[in-house]
Design a binder for this molecule. Sequence first.
Ligand code: GLN
Length: 335
Amino acid sequence: MPSSETRQRIERRLDELQEHSAREEPGSVDRYYSSWRGYYPPEEAGSERDLFAICVATVDGQVFEAGDSTVGFPLHSLSKVFAYGLALADHGREGVLEHVGVEPSGDAFNSLRFDERNMRPFNPMVNAGALATTALVRGSDAEGQLARILATMRTCAGHDGLEADLATYEAEVAGADRNRGTAYLMRSLGMLHGDVEEILGLYLRQCSVSVTCRDLAVMAGTLAHGGVNPLTVRAALPRKHVRDVLSIMHTCGMYDYAGHWAFDIGLPAKSGVSGGIMMVIPGKMGVAVYSPGLDVYGNSVRGVQVCSEISDRLGLHIFASEDEDAILTPAEPVA
Ligand code: GLN
């Protein structure tokens, strides 16, 4: 537990990071996404342009917040992490591997390409793979499956109020042609079984779960803490499967930018098209950033900048040498 002096210092540094990043105009914003409007260009953005939050949750249960940390946004692709973790808990590693691979695809998240050698989606972080893992979650019906996905997310966030936002869900359903096409194509190829509309609806509901940046940081903190929420000390996911989840986040979490991210930032992370990114520093902390301006890959521009800065300044890249690690050896002021 840090002293109040350390706490204040971290809070100050986080505020500084948020303020200085907010001042820099994110030059490479390519588009925004909302369930209602789909993708739209930066010149059509309103006040969402300025939304920006950074939160950190440490494994000893401290939470630090800067900026718009209480604004809600839908998880979208961030939800894939929790459905995958639950599918692993339900079926084990081999059971899930029969249905979805662990190879980065190099394609956009909504690609219609599959791993044809193994006749399965490339990985659980592309939409095709997420449809497969979501379908694997146990439950007597779609409601039961959703209840279990929600329960996992709530335990990770330590927040019983997490819900699928109905308006977001309805807008997602109305714009789901590509996901619907993906799901039917998968069923025709034997990669998905059962009621496609039900699986699609379940997937879109998990995408519509609304969180704040603070929630997301605690969810990342839970993954950093081996699947145990560091605030409530409740287990959300089995430790051995958190390892699998983090491996996939490391190789496939940032869409078709995942290789560059692993090279540059070197930490498991996942983004969502609503502008959230969660990054996990195993054994240390979870970081979440929310800023809705997206780059060409669909990652939050400011989110990538902030995560890069945190990883660099604290020497957190998993292949960094120990003397670069400012948490282990805080010779330099952190952040
Ligand atoms: N709901 C979106 C979809 O399924 C989520 C995609 C994303 O966040 N990249 O297409």
